[in-house]
Design a protein around this ligand. Structure first.
Ligand code: ZN
Length: 331
């Protein structure tokens, strides 16, 4: 098996303690996590703040960033100076801060060449009555700053109910906060630039509050964007596949298998990020090689993998950078 080209890259998640985190990554996903409030599982990441290591196979122990740098052929020689995607699971036992992210242009200029952060959320689980904040109601910078100064959160922030199975696209410039009682699979650009607008006046054990970034937030908020009314899925499910998101950064699919009917995912990508978010089953590769999968597995199907045939009773969230857009990128 070692002399065949590497087709699947299984990764070891990186766990991050957060003041708003809980224990669901252990109780719901069965990961063995450090003590304390663990808010984030960086499941597929080559970002320097959490660079996943390969779990098995010929590249075991190497980081995803090193593989991207030194073995770009595994990723179909896709262009780019960094692996562009980051997939996380977020366990919000308490609210995350109200925040906003810049776009690529603003981040490149003000954040040392970082990517901007476009993110999206698939809701794995939401408590009865849970809410979420996506969008805001100020019409311009002055109005935004005034409402922030006055602490007029109720009128500024677009808080809406959240349910299991919802999906939210969070474009750069969208004010947002994941609130308590929500477990989310987040697909985002590989960036860690966050401007905090409000942190509910929280302090940590030593009485310290987290930094706010009001000026930068006011700079990047998209005042023209309209705030969503709900996270109900807009896209249709066709043969088990729901195309949740398409934009020029990445695409996201939900794949649901029912009654053992297999689902094939065509290779329109150079590499495909896959997270098993429910159930179990198997993946058959072009050459006939089969691999069993279970909830909590995260892997990258590499360019040599060919068409992927999934079967079982599983739910997957997959993401990729569309091949044509990678080609039209830098040369
Ligand atoms: Zn965010």
């Amino acid at each position: 098996m070692d002399d065949s080209p590497c087709k699947l890259l299984f990764l070891e998640p990186v766990f991050v303690e957060k003041i708003w985190g809980g224990r669901k990554l252990e109780t719901e996903f069965g990961y063995s996590i450090p003590d304390g409030p663990i808010g984030e599982c960086w499941a597929i990441s080559a970002h320097p703040h959490g660079d996943c290591r390969v779990a098995e196979g010929p590249y075991a122990g190497l980081t995803l960033s090193a593989l991207w740098r030194d073995h770009r052929e595994l990723f179909g020689n896709a262009p780019g100076d960094r692996f562009p995607l980051l997939v996380k699971i977020l366990d919000a036992d308490d609210a995350l801060s109200v925040q906003v992210h810049p776009d690529d242009a603003y981040a490149a200029e003000h954040e040392d060449g970082s990517l901007g952060k476009r993110e999206c959320w698939y809701v794995l689980d939401a408590d009865e009555g849970a809410h979420i904040i996506v969008g805001q109601h100020a019409r311009n910078r002055a109005e935004f700053l005034q409402m922030v100064r006055e602490g007029n959160w109720e009128n500024l922030l677009n808080e809406i109910p959240v349910h299991t199975g919802d999906f939210f696209a969070v474009e750069p410039g969208t004010v947002h906060a994941i609130l308590a009682g929500t477990l989310i699979l987040e697909t985002q650009q590989s960036s860690d630039v966050t401007y905090r607008v409000y942190d509910f006046d929280r302090v940590d054990a030593s009485g310290k509050s987290r930094d706010l970034h009001i000026e930068q937030s006011a700079d990047v908020v998209d005042y023209a964007a309209s705030a969503p009314m709900s996270g109900e899925l807009a896209a249709p499910e066709v043969d088990g596949i729901t195309h949740l998101l398409h934009n020029d950064s990445f695409d996201v699919l939900r794949v649901r298998m029912h009654d053992e009917a297999p689902i094939e995912i065509e290779q329109r990508w150079d590499y495909l990020c896959v997270s098993v978010v429910a159930g179990s089953g198997s993946l058959k590769l072009d050459g006939g090689e089969t691999r069993s999968l279970a909830k909590g597995d995260h892997f990258i199907a590499l360019s040599g993998a060919g068409a992927l045939l999934f079967s079982g009773e599983m739910e997957l969230i997959c993401s990729y950078v569309e091949r044509s857009s990678t080609c039209s990128g830098s040369k």
